[in-house]
Design a protein around this ligand. Structure first.
Ligand code: GSH
Length: 202
């Protein structure tokens, strides 16, 4: 397999999951500002939507959409229990969180808060809405260590997106349980390995 990624982008979640299941894969770094790969290829020629994560399978087929890729990768090794069995309540809960993170968090932060040209009024509206989502996560994480109880791909995705608050200077001090959860996820050996491979940790 081959994962097209950008350091610290949403692709980090898929990168973490690949390591957690012990998959064999290559990383291809993409410069999202110029939509080029490290080797100089036009990324739009590889992925017409121009975004990461993009996962290339052994049959050379290419697949996007982080939430879907996380389910696929988690299913590569059910023994790692990164997602529940098909049809189980646990799986429903993990997929609910993946969808929540994708639509309420990921697409709240991105693209709005990442672009200088976003108007201040829009920025404030987005931040206020995100704050209600953070408060909901705070309440959940005051009851358990991980989003669905035990660690799952939802935590890898949630960690990746919530880490953007740090990168964007959005304080999380009002959410101590969220911060403690992020520290728990960050301490996992495969999360550390992914961060190191992306040049985000030493
Ligand atoms: N719908 C996609 C969105 C992925 C996405 O937003 N990727 C960002 C990085 S986090 C990106 O590559 N942006 C560059 C671009 O869209 O040109 C998903 O859920 O995976």
């Amino acid at each position: 397999m081959k994962l097209y990624y950008a350091p610290g982008a949403c692709s980090l979640a898929v990168h973490i999951a690949l390591r957690e299941v012990g998959a064999t894969f290559d990383l291809v770094k993409v410069d999202l500002a110029h939509h080029t790969t490290e080797a100089g290829a036009n990324f739009f020629d590889i992925s017409p939507r121009g975004y990461v994560p993009l996962l290339e399978l052994s049959d050379a087929s290419r697949h996007s959409e982080g939430a879907a890729l996380l389910q696929y990768v988690a299913d590569l090794d059910p023994a790692q229990a990164l997602i529940g069995r098909p049809g189980s309540r646990e799986r429903l809960a993990v997929v609910q969180w993946l969808t929540f993170i994708s639509t309420e968090l990921h697409k709240g932060f991105s693209p709005w808060l990442w672009h200088k040209e976003t108007a201040d009024s829009t920025r404030q509206t987005v931040k206020a809405r995100l704050a209600t989502r953070f408060a909901e996560m705070e309440a959940v994480l005051s009851q358990r260590d991980y989003l669905v109880g035990s660690y799952s791909v939802a935590d890898a995705y949630g960690f990746t997106i919530m880490n953007w608050a740090n990168l964007l200077g959005i304080p999380l001090t009002a959410y101590p349980q969220v911060q403690a959860w992020m520290a728990r996820v960050a301490a996992r050996p495969q999360v550390q390995a992914a961060l190191r491979a992306e040049g985000l940790a030493s």
